[in-house]
Design a protein around this ligand. Sequence first.
Ligand code: SAM
Ligand code: SF4
Length: 437
Amino acid sequence: MPRLTPAELARFDRPGPRYTSYPTVPNWTELPPGTVEDALSRMDHPAQLYVHVPFCEQQCRFCGCTQVVAGRQSAGDTYLDRLDAQVERMPHFAVHRIHLGGGTPTWLDTTQLRRLARIITRRARPMPDCELSVEADPEITTLDQLRMLTSMGFRRLSLGVQSFDERVLTAVDRPQLTHRVGELVGFVKERGWTTNLDLMYGLPHQTPDSFSETLEQVVGLRPERLAIFGYAHVPWIRRHQQKIDESALLGVEERAACALLAQEQLTAAGYVPIGFDHFALPDDPLVTEPRSRGFMGYSTRGGDMVGLGPSAISDVAGVMWQDEPKLGAWMRKLDQGERLDQRGWIRTSEDHLREAVIGSLMCDLVVDIEAVEAVFGVEFGTHFADALDELHSLVQQDLVEVDLQTIRVTERGRLLTRLVARAFDPAATAARFSQTV
Ligand SMILES: C[S@@+](CC[C@H](N)C(=O)[O-])C[C@H]1O[C@@H](n2cnc3c(N)ncnc32)[C@H](O)[C@@H]1O
Ligand code: SF4
C-alpha cells in the first residue's frame, strides 16, 4: 500500500490518550491511606527520580504543563524549603536517572539550583553512571547556569523550541530569541552533553510550509533527539488556552500534513523514528538499546520512578500516584504534615498485562504474542478477542498486521500507533481527549 496521505491520516485520527502509563491518569482514583509509604518501602533500586520545578518566566498560551508565573525569585526559595520537607519523608534510595522538569527548572538561579541538588541527594544516591538531565527554556537559560550544571554532572539538555517562526511565537506569547537555541546547543555540545529539542505543530498561524522550515533549521543543529508534539488544544481544561485565536489554528488535514512532514524530513535527515513522536540519531542509546516509555518520555533507564514537587507522578512497586498539582496547596499540605498524593492506582495483574502490550506497541510498534502468553499465562486470541476485532478495520487499511505470532504497526500506520494501543484499553471511552495526531 502507498504511504499514508494527510487526508487519510485526518480521516483515521480519533481522540485518544498518549499512554505514558496504563491505566491512564484520568482513570486513577483516591488511594487508601498508607499505600504510598508501603510502595516506597518496597522500591526497586536503582530508581529514577523526577523533580518538578513549576516556575516559568511567562505563560505560553499553548502550555499544557503544570506551571506558575512567580513574580519574585524568592518564590524559588519558598518552594525549595517545601521540597526539602518532602525529601524528609522519603527513604534513602539509589538512582540511575535524575530529571529536572517543569515548568522551567532553569527559572531557578544558580544558587537555588545548587541547593536543589543538595536537597535531593540527601535521600537519592546517584549511581556512578547516573544520567542527569534538565528541561530548559532557551529564552531564560544562561551559560552560567549551564556551566554550573555541567560541574554537577548534568549531560542531557531538553530544550523547548516549538517553532522558529516569529509569527507563531508572537501568537502564543512566547518571546524566543531563535539564535539562542543554536548558542545553547553548541555550548553544551562542547561540554559533552547531548540535546533533545521539542517542536510543536498545530500552533496558531503555523502552516505545513513554515513547520517544514523549522524542521530544516532544527536538523541543522543536529540534536541527538527530537520530540514532535501536536498541539493539544484543551481550553476546557487549560483555561489560558482560550486566549489562542482558534480561527488561526490549522485544520485536521493540515495538522496531519505536518505530522507526516516531520516523519519524512527527519528520516531523510538520518534520524530514526521512535514510536510516533520521537526521533533519535542512529547511534543514540534510544535506538541501539532496549527502551521503555513512561511519564518522562522514552528512556533506556527504566525501573521505579519517584516524583518530587507539585503534580509529580511516581510509579513505585506497582503503584502509581500523582501529588497535589497546585503549588500553594502542595506547600500547605507539606506544612501541615498532610498526605500529598491526590490520586493514584494500584495495578492489578490484568493492568500489568495490558500495560505490557500497550508499552510494547508505543516503544517498538510490535507485540510478541508468544512472549506475552509465556509471561502472563493467557491465551492471547481469547483474552483480547474484542481488541483484535477492533483492529480489523486497521488491518484492512494496512495500518497494522496481525498474525499468530505478532501484532505489528506498519510503517504506514506509525502515526496511528495510539489508535492501535487504544484497542487494548477498555477504559478509553468517550472521554474528551485532544486529537491523536
Ligand atoms: C515543560 S515544557 C518544556 C520546557 C520549557 N518550559 C520550555 O517551554 O521551553 C515541555 C514540552 O511540552 C510541550 N507542550 C507544552 N504544552 C503543550 C500542548 N498544549 N500540546 C502539546 N505539547 C505541549 C512543549 O513542546 C514543551 O517543550
Ligand atoms: S511551554 Fe514551557 S515556558 Fe511556556 S509556559 Fe509551558 S512550561 Fe513554561
